[in-house]
Design a protein around this ligand. Structure first.
Ligand code: FES
Ligand code: FES
Length: 262
């Protein structure tokens, strides 16, 4: 059968066997090997990817079920060359050892933070309860997600501050000097205004194209960030990706006190 799946923003059309599992489609057909295939029995969670906005164990999903849908894998977690805060958190807090469980852990953590930006350790443990790590003892995984949560909050505060500073500086631009004689005087319409400087290489040169390039990309990135964390992202189904009924691992609850490296 022929199917088209939109993976990390790109569309892929392939002829596949109807019985092909999504994890094998991603790894073998698309060569996206960041998603790991661990148990094949829906236990370990190493194969977790997003199907539309929901984390799923891709060893339990047929590739055919993803036809026409969006899939996000760990390769699509970072943006424009920057690591996602969750990835940074795992690096900062030593959230991995062998790394086999890590891609699935990070995708579920991203899903959690999009819905609950300030989760408690117990909430993190519950969200990740369907995924097994045989190396870390989970403590550092919880710290990694807390680190991401804390840093996203401070990044948000910084951008709000920058926006308010920008708004406050607005009246400056309409001061009388801006519309005074200098602005409309001969200098403004003189040869300098239409001279080579105005249309010269500086105006159309690398600097100009640099600005032109950075504009749309920046807004596009922001827009897609918001789109991904938008309302479509809330669904109770998402909690079903975990091992159904499994107790949150680690009995400590809030034991991973919020002592997260800065
Ligand atoms: Fe273990 Fe999918 S490979 S749950
Ligand atoms: Fe090795 Fe989790 S880091 S299985």
């Amino acid at each position: 059968m022929k199917l088209t799946v939109h993976v990390n923003g790109a569309s892929y059309t392939r002829e596949v066997e109807p019985r092909l599992l999504l994890i094998h489609f991603l790894r073998d057909e698309l060569r996206l090997t960041g998603s790991h295939w661990g148990c094949d029995t829906s236990n370990c969670g190493a194969c977790v990817v997003w199907l539309d906005e929901t984390p799923v164990k891709s060893c339990t999903v047929l590739a055919a079920m993803a036809d026409g849908h969006r899939v996000r894998t760990v390769e699509g977690l970072g943006r424009g060359g920057d690591l996602d805060p969750v990835q940074q958190g795992f690096a900062q807090c030593h959230g991995l050892q062998c790394g086999f469980c890590t891609p699935g852990m990070m995708l579920t953590a991203r899903w959690l933070l999009d819905r609950n930006p300030d989760p408690s350790p117990a909430e993190i443990r519950e969200a990740l309860s369907g995924q097994i790590c045989r190396c870390t003892g989970y403590e550092n995984i919880v710290r990694s997600v807390l680190w991401a949560s804390k840093h996203e909050a401070s990044m948000h505060a910084e951008s709000m501050h920058a926006e308010s500073m920008h708004a406050e500086s607005g009246p400056e631009a309409s001061r009388p000097e801006a519309s005074g004689p200098e602005a409309s005087g001969p200098e403004a319409s003189g040869p300098e205004a239409s001279g080579p400087e105005a249309s010269g290489p500086e105006a159309s040169g690398p600097e100009a194209s640099k600005h032109a390039e950075s504009g749309p990309e920046e807004s596009g990135h922001e827009a897609s960030k918001h789109a991904e964390s938008g309302p479509g992202a809330s669904g109770p189904e998402a909690s079903g990706h975990g091992a159904a009924g499994r107790e949150p691992w680690g009995a400590g609850g809030d034991d991973a006190a919020r002592e997260v490296p800065a």
